[in-house]
Design a protein around this ligand. Structure first.
Ligand code: ARG
Ligand code: ZN
Length: 889
């Protein structure tokens, strides 16, 4: 057990380890309740550490059996063991071998950290601090060792035994029912990348030949009977491996690469060296059970974990403050991969949507923290949208600023200089500075300052001077622990769009720093002037979302309507419509702030809404556009986006109503176009998960839903037919969700039919649970409560919990924030119950309260009561007590 209220860890307190570990020899005898681990650690004093220091090892819930130094048993006086550490009191200051024997209980491990059993399969999760639950060890990422792992188990119980690296030996243990395998990983690694797996698993395998001709055997292991559903993951893996060679020059470095899918997993997946362990949700797919979104996620996450082999594993992190060094960079890499495999603009739109809904929300509330935090109390709480998604945006900005070649030169230098090391963000940035002769000191603030920068851009055309001036002002709002901030370096990609819809050439006037089409903003206030501008253009600012900022402009609604029809930058074309829709939704929610676009719209009445609908209709009819892009254009901003735009005194019911009526208006006004799109994109063959087919389904389903949101009987009948005749999960589930949200009379029969069909398929049942949790009506809470007692639900499985309770809290704003407080109370009690079993999952669920301060007073009061109830709960985990303290702080 850990201390209930651990002291915060600070970045500035970093010291190199006193002792290093060069080799780890593990002998693991698997047993469901008493797994015995013997660890032989080849250690030596660190020349950079404190001379004469004792050896201090981390531990967590371990039973210590014996300790030996250089083969000789160490008496009790020679060491001190506490629940969280093992100290060798006066070790000789020279290379030595420390042998530690511990026993642990995988079946009782409900935290799913360390070694645990998932539906009968032994597996491990060590990041961030789980290895200390397997053996005593210096559990920090800057201690890199070469691991050899011997795994022994009952042959019946675990015919498959997997470890990191290459298998060097295996066999039966004579005269017993047991067998063993020995795995050796030649690449030094931190212990968080350790993994082992033992179980009854089916496998698919494929060969892969690397760029330099080395043969690799790829394997994906799944629960018996599910091998047919691993094919797409295998395909994505091969494409990822090839892409990383071509785009980053990164080649795989072992003889085998294995992936194991497990049913009980705290996060998405884990990049253990040569042995990735995945939440099965991100491996298993078939047309009947997985949606297009599931396929896209599988592709992205398979790539993400594979790309960690270089960004994370070959070069790891010096300490956990540097988490974004591997995560932000690897998310950037997986985003680029998906962009190359699919549609780049549509991928960008999806990524920015996610960034805004998760990261901007985090940055605007009490849990805001920098991409590289300076302090933490529980590191597991920093696997956040800020570290991952904003971290990726920061890398993307580096590329925007340095250009394609400059960026690649920096990456090459990084791989060259730091291979085999545990690096820092400073070292990463120095590679880009050195490779480009650039000064990145101001840019580095993106890692240190939290909060979303606000950028205001006002454009002025000077007819007499034939010039166009952009006045830019940046504001950094205060965030927890950061009252004052410095101005940042903000790359704003720009176009000046002429009346014919074409971009004008950008001719910077002397004395401005516009480099090509990117304005590099560095001061609190700054102006950029362009000459030879014959007629008033419409500026298209922050194209491709080049900087993760909140942008406001002096564009009139006519300008935004123009961009929504004509911008050659697909992202900004999409964004112009969203900005208008958001402004309308804010004012329709009854809370238009003065002097904003929303205010102007409210004053402008319905004419502008009609113009917006017309512009969206023009995109719908434009056959030159990608259907996937049109589907994005037609999807109105989320309730969370609207709430964030309103900022304070938020009433989720008003937002829900405003959004619903806009969708109904779209469905009514665009009906002919929607009907045509629905017909034009009817399936024309067997299901294929490729991006083009998925895009056609996305548009067809968007049309189905907009029409059904009118509530017309014919539209509901169409949705019902769509549901009943679907031959794939994308269409079937989309139709089910349309019925669930828009057809109360048809809903229960459809939900029941779906359940009966897929009752034996937990991943599909998750969709069924999630959908019911998202229905925006007062009966939902009782429905969710009942579903917690349904045989398909289990508090022990993180996927079930996230599907049902997680979606209720995070994706049902009206019911989670019920004015009577019952939604808050329900989630608070679920957090308390879960915390006793799995603190990480509990803490993540608690994150749903992150925007509570912006609610109107009644709901704010009930959220605060719920948070205080959690805070007063007995024996809280460090995970939950950290989040609740910061939420209330
Ligand atoms: N490194 C993993 C990934 O992003 C995430 C593991 C996080 N696990 C945890 N227990 N915090 O791919
Ligand atoms: Zn990652």
């Amino acid at each position: 057990m850990r201390d209930a209220d651990p002291q915060p860890v600070r970045l500035t307190d970093y010291r190199p380890p006193d002792w290093l570990v060069d080799t780890v020899d593990l002998d693991v005898r698997l047993h469901p309740q008493a797994t015995r681990v013997v660890a032989r650690l080849g250690m030596r004093p660190n020349p950079l550490g404190r001379p004469g220091a004792p050896i201090v090892l981390d531990g967590d819930e371990l039973e210590l059996k014996s300790v030996a130094l250089d083969g000789a048993p160490l008496a009790g006086a020679g060491y001190a063991a506490t629940p969280s550490s093992l100290t060798i009191l006066a070790p000789p200051q020279e290379p030595l071998v420390l042998t530690i024997e511990t026993v642990l209980d995988p079946s009782a491990n409900t935290k799913l950290m360390g070694l645990y059993c998932s539906s009968g399969t032994y597996c491990t999760q060590c990041e961030a601090e789980g290895f200390r639950r397997i053996t005593y060890f210096p559990d920090r990422p800057d201690v890199l060792a070469v691991y050899t792992t011997r795994i022994e188990a009952e042959r019946e119980e675990a015919p498959v035994l997997l470890g990191n690296g290459n298998k060097v030996e295996s066999g039966d243990i004579e005269g017993t029912t047991r067998h063993f395998a020995v795995w050796h990983d030649p690449w030094p690694k931190p212990c968080y990348l350790f993994a082992l797996v033992g179980g009854k698993l089916d496998r698919i395998t494929e060969p892969f030949v690397t760029a330099t001709g080395k043969e690799v055997e790829l394997g994906i292991y799944v629960e018996p009977g599910k091998a047919a559903r691993a094919g797409y993951a295998m395909d994505a893996l091969k494409r990822s491996m090839r892409w990383d060679e071509e785009v980053f020059g990164c080649e795989y470095d072992l003889d085998v690469f294995n992936i194991v899918a497990v049913a009980d997993f705290n996060m998405g997946a884990m990049e253990n060296k040569g042995l990735n362990v995945f939440n099965d949700k991100y491996v298993l797919a078939s047309p009947e059970t997985a949606t297009d979104a599931d396929y896209a996620n599988i592709e992205a996450i398979i790539a993400h974990e594979y790309f960690h082999n270089w960004t994370g594993n070959r070069i790891t992190c010096r300490d956990w403050f540097q988490l974004c060094l591997k995560e932000g960079l690897t998310v950037f890499r997986d985003q680029e991969f998906s962009s190359d495999q699919r549609s780049r603009p549509v991928k960008r739109i999806a990524d920015v949507r996610l960034l805004k809904s998760h990261q901007f929300a985090e940055d605007a509330g009490p849990l805001a923290h920098p991409v590289r935090p300076a302090t933490y109390r529980e590191i597991n709480n920093f696997y956040t949208a800020t570290v991952y998604e904003k971290g990726a945006e920061v890398v993307r900005m580096l590329k925007t600023l340095l250009g394609e070649e400059g960026f690649r030169a920096g990456m090459d230098l990084y791989f060259d200089r730091h291979d085999g090391q545990a690096a820092t963000v400073e070292e990463f940035l120095t590679c880009f500075a050195d490779a480009n002769g650039a000064d990145l000191s101001q840019f580095a603030l993106w890692y240190a300052q939290s909060g979303t920068p606000q950028v205001e851009v006002n454009g002025h055309w000077d007819a007499a001077a034939r010039s166009y001036r952009l006045d830019v002002r940046q504001t950094q709002v205060p965030t927890p622990g950061q009252p004052d901030k410095q101005p940042m370096l903000i790359p704003l990609a720009l176009g000046l769009v002429g009346a014919d819809g074409r971009d004008l050439p950008l001719v910077p006037d002397d004395g401005t720093n516009a480099a090509g089409s990117v304005l590099v903003v560095s001061r609190p206030e700054q102006s950029f002037v362009f000459r030879d501008v014959e007629a008033r253009p419409v500026p298209s600012i922050n194209r491709g979302f080049s900087a993760p900022v909140k942008l406001t402009t002096n564009l009139a609604s006519e300008d935004l309507l123009f961009l929504a029809r004509h911008d050659t930058d697909p992202f900004n074309r999409f964004e112009a419509g969203q900005t208008l829709a958001l402004a309308h939704l804010v004012s329709a929610s009854g809370l238009a702030p003065e002097k904003t676009l929303a205010g102007a719209l409210a004053a402008g009445g319905t004419a502008l809404v009609e113009a917006l609908i017309e512009a969206l209709g023009a995109s719908l009819e434009d056959e030159t556009l990608d259907p996937a892009f049109i589907a994005q254009v037609l999807s109105v901003p989320s309730e969370g986006d609207i709430a964030r735009e309103i900022g304070s005194e938020v009433d989720p019911d008003a937002i829900h109503a405003a959004r619903r009526s806009l969708r109904r208006a779209l469905g009514e006004a665009l009906r002919p176009g929607l009907e045509r799109a629905y017909g034009r994109h009817a399936p024309d063959g067997a299901y294929s998960p490729d991006a083009v087919s998925a895009g056609r389904r996305a548009l067809r389903n968007a049309a189905l839903e907009l029409m059904a949101s009118t509530g017309e009987a014919a539209d509901i009948a169409r949705a019902l037919a769509h549901f009943e005749t679907a031959d794939n999960m994308t269409d079937r589930f989309f139709a089910l969700s349309v019925l669930a949200h828009h057809a109360p009379a048809e809903r229960d029969a459809a939900l029941d039919a779906f359940y009966q069909r897929f009752r034996d398929d937990p991943l599909v049942i998750d969709k069924w649970l999630a959908l019911q949790a998202q229905i925006a009506e007062p009966e939902t809470l009782e429905r969710v409560r009942e579903l917690t007692r349904h045989p398909a639900f289990s508090m022990g499985n993180p996927n079930r919990v996230r599907a049902l309770i997680g979606n209720f809290a995070a994706a049902n704003q009206t019911q989670f924030h019920r004015p009577d407080g019952a939604g808050h109370l329900f989630v608070a009690d679920a957090v308390l119950e879960l915390d006793r079993r799995n603190p990480q999952v509990a803490a993540r669920l608690l994150g749903a309260f992150k925007s509570w301060r912006s609610l109107e007073p009644t709901r704010r009061g009930s959220a605060e009561r719920a948070l205080r109830r959690i805070a007063d709960g007995p024996g809280l985990s460090p995970d939950v007590s950290d989040i609740v303290a910061r939420s209330l702080g």
